[in-house]
Design a binder for this molecule. Structure first.
Ligand SMILES: Nc1nc2c(c(=O)[nH]1)N[C@H]1C(S)=C(S)[C@@H](COP(=O)(O)O)O[C@H]1N2
Ligand SMILES: [Mo]
Length: 315
């Protein structure tokens, strides 16, 4: 979120999004036919990636009036400071990360803490595709076909205690491969947090894939948070630890600049960032900027979480 002159994004994405839509239409057709009657809901074969195999998932729905951002853009214009601060750095440098074995530790205020191997979390039957708007605090946005599991399903497995009020997330700390961690641009490991009711909301996803395949390293391999009504930085990548706790967790960007990045960080056109307006955004790949929607357009599902709160104070 350091603001730098924007580099031009290569305009070489062409038919990628349309091919994906074509494939999904075939899948949707199959899902309404006889095949669906004889199979469990999640039986969609897709491409495979080294180590983790193919993902099976229930196809999702494109929000009305939206167009998918191309896979090229989603995987080449990234924020992942563990691999550098330029938008093109993660695609160049994240290949160095050795992904497997990978476990996610879930601990703290819960009755059944545990360590979950990534293979356990991506089992057939657990994964859904969710096509979400993705709005970065810097003013750009995308529409991304994620694949993941609702965070609530993992939290349900560990059975939160009555003391659990918040959920803290931590990214892997491995400066030998995440070479950006050798600089002090942020206080590592990358940390994020949600209130428990935000974490349990059905929109909140632990994403393990996009465009039908496992997550490319630069997008947060092998598992990252996606909270579509919040600015993109809430979506911690490459998560190794999830902790249920009574206190509000510290978050990396809030520690870096408390006056600029609050704990809630809901997408809100009415609350300017101290150095720029949040009224508009640029869909990556589009020329004209568009109006930013309150809660990124997900108000119907989440506005009630903030009833009675002053969102200018709780930004
Ligand atoms: N671990 C980690 N997670 C992170 C970041 C980061 O630097 N490190 N950047 C955040 C920011 S600022 C954004 S906008 C999104 C970008 O996700 P994407 O590259 O998949 O679009 O990741 C978020 N998650
Ligand atoms: Mo961001």
């Amino acid at each position: 979120m350091l603001i730098r002159p924007t580099k031009p994004v290569p305009e070489n994405e062409v038919t990628d999004a349309r091919l994906w839509l074509g494939r999904r239409q075939v899948i949707a057709a199959a899902a309404t036919g006889l095949l669906a009657a004889s199979l469990p809901a999640a039986a969609t074969p897709s491409g495979s990636a080294p180590g983790l195999g193919a993902l099976s998932f229930t196809p999702g729905k494109l929000p009305a009036g939206e167009t998918l951002t191309s896979r090229d853009k989603i995987t080449s214009y990234n924020n992942f400071y563990e691999f550098g601060t330029d938008k093109s750095d993660p695609a160049e440098n994240a290949g160095a990360l050795k992904v497997l074995p990978w476990t996610v530790t879930v601990e703290g205020e819960c009755h059944k803490p545990g360590q979950f191997a990534i293979e356990d979390l991506i089992k057939p039957g657990s994964l859904q595709e969710r096509i979400y708007r993705h709005r970065c605090v810097e003013g750009w946005s995308m529409v991304i076909p994620w694949i993941g599991l609702p965070l609530a399903s993992l939290l349900g497995r560990v059975e939160p205690t009555g003391n659990a009020k918040y959920v803290a997330f931590e990214t892997l700390l491995r400066p030998s491969e995440m070479t950006g961690q050798n600089s002090h641009v942020l206080d590592w490991p990358y940390r994020e947090g949600l209130r428990l009711d935000e974490a349990m909301n059905d929109l909140t996803l632990l994403a393990v894939g996009l465009y039908g395949d496992v997550l490319p390293n630069q997008n947060g391999t092998p598992i990252r948070l996606v909270v579509p009504w919040k600015y993109g930085f809430k979506g911690a990548k490459s998560i190794v630890r999830i902790r249920l706790q009574e206190q509000m967790p510290q978050t990396s960007w809030n520690m870096y600049a408390p006056g600029e990045y609050g704990f809630y960080s809901n997408v809100n056109p009415d609350v300017d960032h101290p150095r720029w307006s949040q009224r508009k955004e640029r869909r990556v790949g589009e020329v004209f900027r568009r109006e930013t929607l309150k809660f990124n357009g997900y108000g119907e599902q989440v506005a009630s979480l903030y009833a009675g709160m002053d969102l200018k104070v709780n930004y």
